[in-house]
Design a protein around this ligand. Structure first.
Ligand code: HEM
Length: 403
């Protein structure tokens, strides 16, 4: 008979409020005692094998849908069935969308945008290199992803400020202040949908080489995406694709300030970019965990998780699991790691924009390494509160110059 999870004797694991290294140490301590730990709201798994298994187990559903189901949210024009996002859909509806959009999110589609990525990041860096110092978050990381998403969707580059403002307001969903923020979130969602719907109408009449034209053209066995679905996808791409990438870039560069020899190596050997991206995402990922809840009574590893139980999958824990990675606490961009890093998640919700994000980081990191030799911190790095789901430095003051 399975053991009821609440009756197990488990280590406690609450990483909220902990510094970066403390959080890793707490995860390691809990993992050495048991594969499962107790947190304030439910349970946490920290080993790669369990993180992957739970993310692939469709009896566990995305906990983001709990926000959509909250009373304030459901009553608003923003909530409800019509508005459900790909991030929170499950089952056949979700599988159908992923099937339809998959051709638009391949590495080849991401590669189309590499010249734009190089241009955008090159211009941002160009503005600061002569000063020999910068605050990387405001100067490079923040402004980098939105022009790329504009280009991806096919929106004119001068509209990036509109997208930036919509993204900021829609992100208020995660600020735990829905009662006050909901009008702003709703307005941003409505404006974005109206904007994208107009763009879709234009592309229907005059297709181009962009995501919306691709999505319009997609047809499988007579199935097509509706305008509403395309607008939802555009919103999901804007939301899931901006804050993640900018935080990951800042995390990766912050990490390199602790490893100047590897920064120099990357400048000399830009072909190490792919490994540098994977290794820095493994060692210091901007998404450190994601949550699921049991949609029914679930027995996993002989433990019963009653319906509604919340399970956090620690991507940061999985990324440092000694059973999955040799020397997990060593950062080495030349290491051949046989296991894939977990910062893009796993299972049906595996990051849809992974190829795009990888391309953005692969373009940015070697360019920064080449143009900012002798990189060093120019003051303290300030980190976002550890409770943030998408996390990284809020200030990253740097100096650089001839080594
Ligand atoms: C380094 C940057 C990024 C990181 C670390 C990241 C991470 C993640 C993670 C962990 C998930 C799964 C969440 C879960 O299982 O609960 C996810 C989903 C998703 N990501 Fe990303 N992401 C990044 C960039 C992007 C970009 C650039 C795009 C846009 C093209 C994007 C679009 C999405 C979408 C649409 C989903 C939802 C997929 C689904 O639910 O089926 N992401 N991402």
């Amino acid at each position: 008979m399975a053991h009821l999870v609440s009756e197990l004797s488990l280590p406690d694991l609450d990483v909220v409020g902990l510094e970066r290294q403390e959080a890793i140490a707490a995860i390691e301590a809990a993992r050495s005692v048991h594969w499962l730990a107790r947190n304030e709201l439910g349970y946490t798994v920290t080993r790669l094998q369990d993180v992957t298994a739970i993310l692939r187990d469709q009896r566990f559903h995305s906990a983001l849908s709990m926000i959509e189901q909250s009373p304030e949210f459901g009553a608003s024009s923003y909530g409800g069935e019509r508005r459900q996002s790909i991030l929170t859909m499950e089952g056949e509806g979700h599988a159908r969308l992923r099937r339809l959009v998959a051709p638009a999110f391949t590495p080849a589609s991401a590669n189309r945008l590499r010249p734009t990525m190089r241009k955008v990041v090159g211009e941002l860096v160009g503005r600061v290199v002569d000063q020999g110092e910068c605050e990387l978050v405001a100067d490079v990381c923040e402004p980098y992803p939105i022009p790329i998403i504009c280009e991806l969707l096919g929106a004119p580059p001068e509209d990036w400020k509109l997208f930036s403002a919509w993204a900021t307001d829609i992100f208020r969903i995660f600020n735990n202040n829905l009662a006050e923020d909901l009008p702003l979130i709703e307005r941003a969602g409505e404006e974005l949908t109206a904007y994208v719907s107009d763009l879709i109408a234009e592309r229907r009449a005059d297709p181009r080489d962009d995501l919306l034209s691709d999505l319009i053209a997609i047809e499988q066995d007579g199935d097509r995406l509706s305008t509403d679905e395309m607008a939802m996808l555009a919103q999901a791409v804007l939301m899931a694709g901006t804050d993640t990438t900018r935080n990951q870039l800042a995390c990766s560069v912050a990490l390199f300030t602790e490893h100047p020899d590897q920064w120099a190596l990357l400048a000399e050997q830009p072909e190490l970019a792919t490994r540098a991206v994977e290794e820095s995402m493994r060692y210091l990922g901007a998404v450190r965990g994601t949550a699921r809840f049991a949609s029914e009574d679930v027995v996993y590893r002989d433990v019963l998780f009653p319906q509604g139980t919340l399970v956090v999958t620690s991507l940061a824990g999985a990324n440092r699991d000694p059973e999955a990675f040799d020397d997990p606490n060593v950062f080495d961009i030349t290491a051949e790691r046989g296991t894939a890093q977990m910062t893009f998640g796993s299972g049906i919700h595996f990051c849809m924009g992974a190829a795009l994000a990888r391309a953005e980081l692969q373009e940015a990191l070697p360019l920064l390494a080449r143009r900012m030799p002798g990189l060093a911190r120019n003051g303290d790095i300030e980190w976002k509160p550890s409770s943030f789901g998408i996390w990284g430095p809020s200030r990253l003051p740097l100096r650089f110059g001839p080594a």
